[in-house]
Design a protein around this ligand. Structure first.
Ligand code: LLP
Length: 441
């Protein structure tokens, strides 16, 4: 398993993260347990900040909170001076409850409800990334009714689809997100936004995918946007002040993955921007999520049942699975893992790690090399910081694990493990299903 950030094998032969022995963490907080390396999160943010400064471009960096959000995470983002991208009233509420400055919050999403728009207007958030005509209409009439101005970007579907190792260019992108560039929707949206008296139209947003290694897709998308911005600003005499190029920077899930460094990503993006904008370069915004938290997360599991089918496969079951990490089941995502309690032992067998949900599809890792694994061993799965806790569910009425933030030997719970009471807190029993002794007199 590739050891990210502040992870190492310590003198006890255990995996240590942020100066905390994972065997002790598991004993203290139980498993499954998400462990987040605070310094690595901050390091990613700082590297992005420094690299962007190096490009000389006017810029902003937002953290895409869908990757992982909690009150403490919002505090870290604020301390590091980043903006925050939210996509729902729930993310917005969390950020506001953490005291995150509302003017530094940007609201994304392809189907913001009238309630969400009003909530965000009420809180005077920094910017709406308007996705479609329905939202544009709703937001312009709401702002008129309220007599309140707000900044907007228009999300553009640039017709470039990014994949992890390849890219395809589609004439007309088949996507639920954004105004379509090819069919002229964007120009129409620009004119509507310009006409709306309370919308302060700043520019455009694109997001071409996630876990991207292949920079060619960014190159193409930026080229298309530069051409379009030149066209639209000359034709309508408007100045486009912002181009948000989204997130999507890939990370190292497996030892063989070779992602660019934060600096390389941003310098490469800057190179494309400087190449393609022959006219004035707008302020460039980015909004990475996975890049900031992905590698910083490790999930600890306790090994339970072991089943060997001779000549076929050895299944090693752990006390979590698709409920705390749905990515293997959803996207065939690959992960690496090691025995955290026997960190120096050489791998000698190939096993497959099964989750505990009642589904054959709940397999975390196929064909993993491990030392001879035994019940009660501690398994650490790396790179689970992004889209794990945030996509976790209570399937099978499993309780969502705790999240512990570690740094310099200190561990703090930032999300408590759910309790049995949490599981039934929202349940209600209608009167007709009450037992006699429960019916109040
Ligand atoms: N901006 C927008 C508009 C986005 O839709 C996303 C991610 C991001 C930024 C952040 O992208 P990142 O830097 O994290 O790649 N659940 C999937 C990933 C979905 C990404 C959705 N949008 C997964 O687990 O791989």
């Amino acid at each position: 398993m590739y050891l990210h950030g502040n992870s190492r094998r310590n003198e006890q032969g255990h995996l240590e993260i942020g100066g905390c022995d994972t065997v002790e963490l598991a004993a203290q907080y139980g498993t499954p347990l998400y462990v987040m390396d605070e310094q690595l999160i901050r390091q990613h943010m700082r590297e992005l900040v420094v690299a962007f400064q190096e490009t000389g471009l006017k810029h902003r960096i937002a953290y895409a909170s869908k990757a992982f959000l909690s009150l403490a995470m919002a505090r870290i983002v604020e301390e590091e001076g980043l903006m925050l991208d939210v996509v729902s009233d729930g993310e917005l509420h969390t950020a506001l409850q953490a005291g995150f400055p509302s003017e530094n919050i940007y609201f994304h999403g392809n189907n913001k409800s009238p309630f969400e728009l009003e909530f965000a207007l009420e809180k005077e958030i920094g910017c709406f990334i308007v996705d479609n005509f329905t939202e544009l209409e709703m937001l312009s009439s709401l702002t008129e009714q309220r007599g309140q101005s707000t900044k907007v970007l228009l999300r553009v579907s640039p017709g470039v689809e990014a994949h992890t190792h390849a890219y395809i260019q589609t004439g007309q992108e088949d996507s639920k997100f954004g105004f379509d560039l090819v069919s002229g929707q964007v120009e129409k949206a620009v004119l509507l936004a310009q006409e709306a008296p309370y919308l302060d139209f700043l520019g455009f947003h694109i997001h071409i995918g996630s876990q991207i290694f292949e920079m060619k897709a960014f190159d193409l998308a930026i080229q298309k946007m530069a051409d379009f911005i030149r066209y639209i600003s000359e034709k309508h005499q408007i100045s486009i002040r912002v181009l948000n190029v989204g997130g999507g920077f890939g990370i190292r899930y497996e030892s063989d993955d070779q992602p660019l460094t934060n600096r390389e990503y941003l310098l490469t993006l800057a190179k494309f921007i400087k190449q393609h904008f022959t006219h004035e370069i707008p302020e460039i915004w980015v909004e990475p999520g996975r890049r900031i938290v992905g590698e910083a997360g490790t999930t600890l599991y306790t090994v339970g049942a072991i089943k060997e089918i001779p000549g076929i496969r050895k299944y090693v079951s752990v006390d979590g699975g698709m409920a705390d990490n749905p990515r293997p089941a959803l996207y065939q995502a690959k992960y690496e893992a090691m025995l955290a309690n026997r960190a120096f032992e050489e791998p000698s067998e190939i096993v497959s790690i099964a989750g505990k949900a009642c589904e054959s599809g709940d397999m975390l890792i196929w064909d993993l090399q491990l030392p001879p694994v035994k019940t009660n061993d501690l398994l650490a799965v790396s790179c689970t910081g992004a889209y794990n806790y945030s996509m976790a569910s209570n399937y099978n009425r499993l309780r969502r694990p705790a999240v512990v933030l570690v740094q310099n030997g200190q561990a703090d719970v930032i999300v408590e493990r759910e309790s049995f009471d949490d599981l039934i807190q929202q349940d209600r029993i209608p009167n007709r299903l009450m037992k006699k002794e429960e019916v109040s007199l």
